[in-house]
Ligand binder design. Structure first.
Ligand SMILES: CC(C)(COP(=O)(O)OP(=O)(O)OC[C@H]1O[C@@H](n2cnc3c(N)ncnc32)[C@H](O)[C@@H]1OP(=O)(O)O)[C@@H](O)C(=O)NCCC(=O)NCCS
Length: 149
């Protein structure tokens, strides 16, 4: 499929799209929306949007462990648009932003019983760095680190 991919920071009107996975409860979402919107309504820096031909096709939600260590809480490309370089374009934009703001590494994670996203993380340069047992109905979560140097 052709068409230029544009990656940008989210705006308030992107939030329904960027939370469509439904993992985040409504009250938590409301707080997240209100906090950055007060500071900078036109640029929500912890959400990235990928567009192709003017249509939203993917997103990243970023969080900060201990408020300082960048961590991808979710990267999602719509099923019809996977394996076309959109995930990598989102990651590249995020890495540049994080490097420019002085970060040395990016963290991410994946459910331990989901081999596909784990393989993607390794393919795009993440290295496994840890495991939390007992969550995800017992399956656990694998953590990854990618150096930004
Ligand atoms: C993981 C995900 C974001 C990848 O996005 P994508 O747009 O399909 O990935 P890209 O097309 O940018 O792939 C980049 C590279 O990884 C490779 N790749 C893609 N999916 C892969 C997979 N499942 N296993 C191994 N390599 C993979 C591509 O071939 C490409 O390789 P290249 O750079 O050598 O050409 C997407 O599959 C997705 O939304 N999955 C569901 C949500 C999810 O599991 N998110 C991760 C946990 S938070």
């Amino acid at each position: 499929m052709s068409g230029e991919v544009v990656i940008r920071f989210a705006r308030l009107d992107d939030l329904d799209f960027a939370y469509q996975d439904g993992y985040i409860p409504g009250e938590v979402l409301k707080r997240k929306i209100e906090a950055p919107s007060v500071l900078n309504p036109d640029r929500i820096e912890d959400i990235l949007i990928a567009e192709r031909n003017g249509k939203r096709v993917g997103y990243v939600r970023l969080e900060y462990l201990w408020s300082i260590v960048p961590y991808i809480s979710l990267i999602q490309v719509l099923p019809d648009f996977r394996r076309q370089g959109i995930g990598k374009a989102l990651l590249r934009f995020l890495e540049t932003f994080l490097r420019d703001t002085g970060n040395e590494a990016l963290y991410s994670s994946s459910q331990a019983d989901e081999p596909e996203p784990q393989a993607w993380h390794r393919h795009v340069g993440f290295e496994e760095c840890g495991f939390i047992a007992g969550i995800n109905d017992g399956a656990g979560e694998v953590f990854f680190r990618k150096s930004l140097r």
